[in-house]
Design a protein around this ligand. Structure first.
Ligand code: PHB
Length: 391
């Protein structure tokens, strides 16, 4: 018997020396992570930051998450909902990943969630805010480490009311992230007596803003509230300033407008007030350590997307640690992830019953390249999770 084993291990060692494939020798000790994120298009930078954040956590832990070696499969989803189901199936069926991590765009994430629900694959959303993911589409195997579209925008209503703003025009891309972000703002702003004079939209990812800026100039609201992100956010801030509106009609938005975009705006973002679940200059040890490690690894400052990617890895670590790395114990992992208190660079957060972060939303003011905290706009804000029934 011993002889047989010795002969077998000799054969395997020989195969390894010859560079032959060792049939799944390490697969049982590895967790397969499918990263489905944009690598091209207006959200490309966001996808890179999420990937960087996720990998930073694994790299800090010797290439492991929760004690298990990570293997990555990656797909560029191009922020294209039409390709989303096929892309998610590539990861789940072809690559047999244990966990799907993605994505940035709400419409793409909803298609992914349907694949995850149908195949019962564990899914962690490191950005997309689609309210449905932790609403009508909520499921035991779907978690989010970012926000709902409702959350950051809802927090801005009282801020503007407090400044005496009464009439607002909104402007966004016409897809779920933009529309739900505007709805969140509208809910708290109108509940406090504010009025939405006009809701302007343009198709995603168009950036021909001129006609909308002309209309805003003629409507003369007290303020404008927007949702834009990535390359589109840069263009909007620049065009808004160039149209001469910045000083006459203050521009506000959820913090995606100014996170990771200020340098590219070349000064057009200076002074903009936004609300988000992350900010620069947060006084916590985790943020300081994270920022230093991220700068060292990637030679640039992290943004909210990097934080969300890092926290996706931290949430997975909470699950895998609880089951001693036995990735097939999904019930055990889910239970631990539900109970997790994530020590995030944004401040510690917990999971709501719908699997979405319960978190502080900060008011920030853009200064140079950064968005320092002005105040906490909403403490421990939980999404209402309308339509979620876990089963
Ligand atoms: C989304 O589509 O949900 C989305 C995209 C970019 C952001 C935030 C939300 O910065």
């Amino acid at each position: 018997m011993e002889k047989t084993i010795n002969r077998l291990s000799g054969l395997l060692a020989g195969a390894a020396l010859l560079g032959l494939a060792m049939p799944a020798a390490h697969a049982a000790d590895a967790v397969k992570v499918g990263l489905m994120l944009p690598a091209t298009g207006t959200y490309a930078k966001l996808g890179t930051a999420i990937t960087n954040g996720f990998k930073l956590y694994a790299d800090e832990n010797g290439g492991k998450i929760g004690g298990v070696t990570v293997e990555y499969s990656m797909v560029d989803d191009e922020s294209d909902p039409a390709k989303a189901t096929e892309n998610a199936n590539k990861l789940v069926k072809r690559d047999a990943v244990d966990v799907l991590v993605g994505t940035v765009h709400s419409g793409v994430a909803m298609a992914m969630a349907k694949v995850a629900r149908g195949t019962k694959t564990l899914m962690i959303v490191p950005n997309a805010g689609a309210d449905e993911l932790t609403g009508p589409l909520c499921a035991p195997n779907i978690f989010r480490t970012s926000f709902t579209n409702w959350q950051p925008s809802y927090a801005m209503g009282p801020v503007l009311l407090g400044k005496g703003v009464k009439k607002v025009v909104t402007l966004t891309w016409k897809y779920s992230a933009g529309l739900q972000a505007i709805d969140g703002f509208k809910e708290s702003f109108t509940a406090g007596g504010g009025e939405i004079v006009k809701e302007l939209t343009l198709p995603f990812p168009n950036t021909e803003f001129q006609p909308y800026l002309t209309e805003i100039a003629s409507l003369k609201p007290d303020a404008v509230f927007v949702f834009f992100a990535g390359g589109g956010a840069v263009k909007l801030a620049k065009d808004y300033a160039a149209a001469g509106l910045k000083d006459s009609i203050p521009l506000y938005g959820s913090g995606f407008l100014t996170d990771g975009t200020l340098d590219a705006m070349g000064g057009a973002g200076e002074g903009l007030l936004t609300t988000l679940h992350y900010a620069d200059g947060l006084d916590n040890a985790k943020d300081k350590a994270f920022r230093a490690a991220y700068e060292k690894a990637y030679g640039m400052a992290p943004d909210v997307y990097a934080v969300q990617g890092y926290d996706a890895a931290q949430l997975l670590a909470a699950g895998l640690t609880a089951v001693q790395g036995k990735v097939e114990d999904r019930q055990g992992m889910i239970k631990a992830m539900e109970a997790a208190h994530i020590d995030s660079p944004r401040g510690t957060f917990s999971m709501s019953a719908a699997h979405n972060p319960v978190q502080d939303i900060y008011l920030r003011e853009a200064k140079g390249s950064v968005n320092p905290v002005v105040s906490v706009a909403s403490k421990a804000l939980a999404d209402p999770a309308r339509g979620c029934s876990m089963q």
